[in-house]
Design a protein around this ligand. Structure first.
Ligand SMILES: [Zn+2]
Length: 344
């Protein structure tokens, strides 16, 4: 599969940050319309393009989709900034979708959203800021934020302490710790993690979950991908973790500063301002956000509109391997494409 065209198209957030979209098109005409891919925290748009034979971008382009990978403000391709989910929801995602519409002339856009790209995009959707989005594939977490017990402890006790010492934490410290504090964190993480010899992989688990590893099963990713992750994770701000600590305490998404953002305070008691169909994905072995997060989200939306939304709990998968797994092309993408097409 040969990618013929890749363009980086800047867009400006509502509060004047310069962000960008990577548009990928293949040899075939993109007859299926645009789909936006929204990455998680402390990574970048490229997270959907691991070194496997056929990744999600290949599969989408091959299937006739016009693929738009969004580098929103949580992207490590942008200068580090102390972002919140509110800012991404209000200022970034609506502008990204408008830019895609301006470039393509499409009236509707589909979305594949992952982790904190998913929470922030879901906030946008529920607040009525993305009426153009009709089908949403959400992985790992959306409206409900249920994490393992060890993560709850870290969010409650470690985040306030660490936030006093540094504005950012980075899994890249596994290879290059820039300060004494970073070296100390790496040494502590290495004492508790013996699952592989990749210190960035270990730092990812420490930063984002409670498992060894937390975001993937080693058996699901190939060796090149295990090395590739060294370059795909970097700074994530404590401002985000402060908001997520509040959400986890509440059990669902809440805005950080509703007076400033104009967003609902508690998204679980706010009537969703959208007709979009959600397809909730989760890995049964996810040690970042427990499967209960997406199961509860599905039940919430199914109650509002029965037999419209869908839920996929993947038996042998975790968090990010749903996208970067070597066999995701066979195990996951065919059904994901069928959902995107509206065939199931
Ligand atoms: Zn590893």
């Amino acid at each position: 599969m040969v990618i013929l065209e890749e363009r980086v198209i800047p867009y400006t957030s509502k509060d004047n940050m310069v962000l960008n979209l990577i548009n990928v098109r293949g040899a075939k005409e993109a007859h299926q319309g645009p789909v936006i891919l929204v990455h998680g925290a402390g990574v970048r748009a490229n997270i959907f393009r691991p070194p496997v034979r056929r990744n999600l971008v290949h599969a989408l382009v091959d299937h006739g989709y016009d693929v738009w990978l969004s580098n929103w403000r949580g992207s490590i391709d942008l200068p580090p900034n102390e972002w919140t989910l509110d800012q991404a929801a209000c200022f970034d995602h609506p502008e990204a979708v408008k830019k895609i519409q301006a470039e393509t002339g499409a009236s509707k856009v589909k979305a594949i959203i992952h982790c904190q790209g998913s929470t922030s995009f879901t906030m946008s959707v529920l607040a009525g800021l993305l009426p153009q989005v009709e089908t949403i594939i959400s992985n790992a977490v959306s409206l409900f934020t249920i994490v393992p017990q060890w993560s709850r402890v870290k969010l409650k006790y470690a985040v306030p302490l660490v936030a006093e010492l540094t504005p950012f934490i980075s899994p890249a410290w596994g290879d290059n710790p820039p300060t004494v504090f970073a070296k100390l964190i790496r040494a502590m993480v290495k004492m508790g993690h013996h699952e592989c010899d990749n210190d960035v992989c270990k730092m990812v688990s420490f930063t984002y979950g409670a498992g060894c590893p937390a975001l993937w099963r080693h058996k699901n990713i190939n060796e090149q991908t295990h090395e590739w992750v060294r370059k795909e994770f970097a700074d994530v701000p404590l401002s985000f973790f402060k908001q997520m600590a509040r959400c986890v305490h509440r059990g669902n998404l809440i805005s950080y500063d509703p007076i400033v953002s104009g967003l609902p305070l508690d998204f679980s008691v706010h009537k969703p301002q959208t007709d979009a169909r959600f397809i909730f994905y989760t890995g049964k072995l996810n040690r970042c956000f427990l499967p209960e997060s997406q199961i509860r989200a599905f039940k919430f939306f199914d109650k509002l509109r029965p037999n419209y939304h869908a839920l996929e709990v993947l038996e042998h998968y975790s968090h990010l391997d749903i996208f970067i797994g070597e066999r995701a092309d066979k195990d996951i993408f065919p059904k994901m494409l069928a959902y995107l097409d509206g065939k199931i």
